[in-house]
Design a binder for this molecule. Structure first.
Ligand code: CMC
Length: 392
């Protein structure tokens, strides 16, 4: 009709103003609140980055201690929430459990419905960040048929997550420093990425003044798809399917074949057309973890390195500027740490909760805040008259 700009997939439309994350896709730059991702990934703790993303500045030592203790204060889930897990089939995908359980939280915390009160908004944000690892680990425990492990508030955020995943009533998990460091780095790299599909979903949900728990559940649903956060799980499935370096050419040909739906998972990005700076960092962590786990001849890592090499030399991938993205190597690290494939996207969700919450809070404080309401170009039938069923 010419009345609206047509931009399927929002390739050229800025949906908001945001001061949280900066990306230059051509140069491969990613910054949180101005700080380069490379520096944060190497030096900071995940909770420090969470504070930075939400409040806009790095915390002082006093602010950090206070924020850590606030988050610790909220790590427990209500005892009755535990019943939710029992309602799922033992083999339910943990992302399905996450969508349901996180979506239910507003029913437990009624102050979350009071979205016009900044203090209540902040408490909901803290609760989400604190409870996400507890709920994520509980969804895994449900899968493996073990009792839910309570959080331990003497541990830091990442240690505590591994504790809730791997401790059981008979044996306490001793945090492995290499594993803790790897999780800390991966969580920082996944914490925010401006207006990706799931964050835009959280914003659009929140624009109707829905409560934050419902909005984050919507974000989890959007993240689940294999084009987005589901890619880390899909990469591992793909590597297992390829199985051996001798099969790489066959799969590269499949990825290039437009009649074949197969895509090289963990490759390509809407914004990065040079390289994904997170992938460069994750590749390094992958080396570190595998060396420390004495697993340096991990066949999947070898296969991934070779697949990357072949694709990067292939005209198809070069022409289209397709490079490995953040998810190409993250699954291999998670697998080496003993985290099952079905939990990979849940790990992403735990980390991205910080970004979702930061964007939701920013939007709620935005003076230009109004309901999101995209328009369309109508392509359906013109006006026609109803015909009774007997006459059709
Ligand atoms: N394998 C083979 N061909 C590809 C791939 C791939 N992974 N990615 C893009 N292409 C081709 C695509 O077929 C198209 O070719 P042509 O121009 O001949 O039609 C061209 O490259 C441009 O692709 P597009 O689909 O228009 O690009 P997009 O920006 O809409 O999609 C993407 C971006 C990430 C969804 C896509 O690259 C993809 O499906 N990658 C695999 C899934 C994946 O790894 N996703 C994780 C993204 S990073 C983490 C996250 O966001 O959560």
């Amino acid at each position: 009709t010419g009345m609206f700009t047509y931009d399927p997939g929002f390739v050229a439309t800025a949906s908001c103003r945001s001061a949280i994350t900066y990306i230059d896709g051509d140069k491969g730059i990613l910054r949180y609140r101005g700080y380069p991702i490379e520096q944060l990934a190497k030096e900071a703790s995940f909770i420090e980055v969470a504070y930075l993303l939400i409040y806009g500045e790095l915390p002082t030592a006093v602010e950090l201690t206070k924020f850590e203790s606030t988050i610790r204060h909220h790590t427990m889930i209500k005892e009755t929430l535990k019943n939710f897990f029992d309602g799922f089939q033992y083999d339910a995908h943990p992302m399905g459990i996450m969508v349901g359980v996180v979506g239910s939280l507003s029913a437990f915390y009624h102050d979350s419905l009071d979205i016009n009160n900044p203090r209540h908004r902040e408490i909901s944000a803290h609760r989400l960040i604190a409870k996400m690892p507890t709920i994520a680990a509980a969804s895994y425990k449900h899968n493996v048929g073990e009792p839910i492990v309570y959080p331990r508030n003497d541990l830091d955020y990442c240690e505590n997550f591994l504790h809730m995943m791997f401790s059981n009533p008979c044996e306490e998990y001793t945090p492995d420093p290499v594993a803790v460091k790897a999780i800390n780095t991966l969580f920082i790299l996944h914490a925010d990425h401006e207006q990706n599909a799931s964050t835009s979903t959280v914003r659009l949900s929140g624009s109707s003044q829905a409560n934050p728990f419902a909005c984050i559940a919507a974000g989890i649903a959007s993240l689940w798809g294999p084009s987005h956060g589901g890619a880390n799980e899909a990469v591992l499935d793909m590597l297992n399917e390829i199985g051996d370096v001798s099969q790489i050419d066959k799969y590269i040909a499949k990825a290039k074949d437009k009649d074949d739906p197969f895509r090289l998972m963990g490759f390509g990005h809407r914004v990065y057309k040079n390289f994904d700076p997170r992938a460069t960092l994750i590749r390094e962590v992958c080396h570190e973890v595998l060396e420390n786990m004495k697993d340096n001849d991990n066949p999947l890592f070898e296969l991934a390195l070779e697949l990357e090499k072949v694709a990067l030399e292939d005209e198809y991938f070069v022409e289209r500027k397709l490079y490995p993205n953040v998810d190409f190597y993250s699954g291999i690290i998670y697998q080496a740490l003993g985290i099952p494939t079905s939990m990979f996207t849940v790990m992403f969700a735990v980390a991205r909760t910080v970004g979702w919450v930061a964007h939701w809070l920013e939007m709620m404080n935005d003076p230009e805040f109004r309901i999101g309401r995209p328009r369309q170009l109508y392509t359906g039938a013109p006006m026609r008259d109803y015909v009774p069923v007997a006459k059709r």
